[in-house]
Design a protein around this ligand. Structure first.
Ligand SMILES: Nc1ncnc2c1ncn2[C@@H]1O[C@H](COP(=O)(O)OP(=O)(O)OP(=O)(O)O)[C@@H](O)[C@H]1O
Length: 358
């Protein structure tokens, strides 16, 4: 296992990049802790796979260094990096049994038979395949084959890191939850450094201790699921995480006061006079419909999503969503919304600013 350091890293697929837009990965400096479970999360094309391929050695970065522990691996081949990888689609040997597939990485490294048997039995139990260990992989479902791929990715104890690239794509929705939970417990039990690429926030938030949110080649936040929810560092994190995402409203900020077109709102902290485009962000979970307290709210529609309802409308002409818990009555008497002041985040040119004491 290893700590992973990305030092002054950047990558362009173009031979002579001229502007930031030419970089698939813009300059970054990160240290990822030994034994951490990290998810790389972001929409299609944001650079997740590029970053993963740089860590695995499939892509050589055009700038910067990659270190595993204290060892500089920037120029090392994938095979020399001592990592395990699990891809989007199963990679299994059809003519081998499940046991032989799981044992393959251990046999390759000359481990003794007793150790291989014990380790394969342990992994098979974790992925629920004890009963079919001696069956050929041929003819198994895509789900089962991907489970074998996951198991094989985890069978070696001595790897520097395990990299997963959208590993649950082929898995049936009802099994995804189960496998995510298993991966999480495998991480707890074995303590490997794990990096998991996904565009699915539920996968990222349930698997990872730390989520690395990427947008347009930049890491916009590296934080715990709670930090991403409570204090998104960038407006992108605000609306990408959460369902629906954070409400973002243009407002001018002066000290502890946010001014929307015709209304004022008290803030819990003092933000001075930030420059650029300023916005306030509030999660729909922290907005309450009221009979007159707060800001006037024009309701446009109500969506019942089972556990709660999402009430959509506008405040001063800007869209605002409200999450209304089950059992709470709605009605024409609810004409306003109030924002929980301590849950409001303030943004200048999309980046969160830390307020001072009010
Ligand atoms: N081999 C390549 N040559 C040129 N450009 C590439 C190459 N691979 C990726 N890109 C470009 O780099 C950017 C980042 O792509 P990347 O595949 O890393 O994103 P991603 O977040 O993994 O997306 P996805 O979820 O769709 O795989 C995109 O603009 C993409 O078009």
């Amino acid at each position: 296992m290893a700590r992973i350091t990305l030092s002054n890293l950047a990558h362009s697929y173009l031979p002579n990049p001229a502007s930031p837009a030419d970089f698939a990965l813009k300059q970054m400096d990160h240290v990822w802790q030994d034994g951490g479970a990290y998810a790389l999360l972001g929409s299609s094309g944001c650079g997740k796979t590029t970053l993963l391929n740089i860590i695995s050695g499939l892509v050589r970065p055009s700038q910067g260094r990659v270190l595993f522990g204290d060892r500089d691996v920037t120029d090392a081949e994938t095979a020399a990096r001592n990592i395990a990888q699990v891809f989007q689609f199963p990679v299994v040997y059809d003519t081998m049994t499940v046991r032989q597939n799981l044992a393959f990485p251990l046999r390759n490294r000359g481990k003794d038979a007793a150790y291989i048997k014990a380790r394969v039995d342990q992994i098979a139990a974790m992925i629920g395949m004890e009963a079919i260990l001696d069956r050929r992989a041929q003819g198994l479902t895509a789900d089962a084959k991907q489970k074998i791929s996951l198991g094989r990715g985890m069978v070696r104890e001595d790897v520097n890191a395990i990299l997963f690239d959208e590993p649950l794509t082929v898995i049936d929705p009802h099994m995804k939850w189960e496998l995510r939970t298993q991966l999480k417990s495998l991480h707890r039990e074995f303590g490997h450094t794990m990096i998991y690429v996904t565009h699915d926030q539920t996968e990222a938030l349930t698997f990872a201790d730390k989520v690395v949110v990427m947008s347009e080649g930049t890491v916009v936040q590296l934080g715990t699921p709670e930090e991403l929810f409570e204090t998104p560092a960038h407006t992108f994190v605000g609306y990408f995480i959460g369902s629906p995402g954070m409400n973002l409203l243009d407002a001018s900020i002066a000290g502890t006061c946010a001014r929307l077109a015709g209304a004022e709102l008290a803030l819990a902290r003092d933000y001075g006079t930030p420059q650029g485009r300023t916005q306030i962000g509030i999660r729909p979970e922290y907005v309450t419909l009221t009979e007159g307290t707060g800001l006037p709210f024009a309701l446009t529609r109500v969506e019942d999503v089972g556990r709660h309802r999402i009430v959509r409308g506008t405040v001063e002409g800007q869209p605002v969503n409200v999450v209304v818990p089950e059992g709470q009555a709605l009605g024409a008497h609810l004409t306003h919304v109030s924002f929980a002041a301590e849950r409001i985040n303030v943004y200048a040119d999309d980046w969160r600013i830390e307020g001072g004491a009010a």
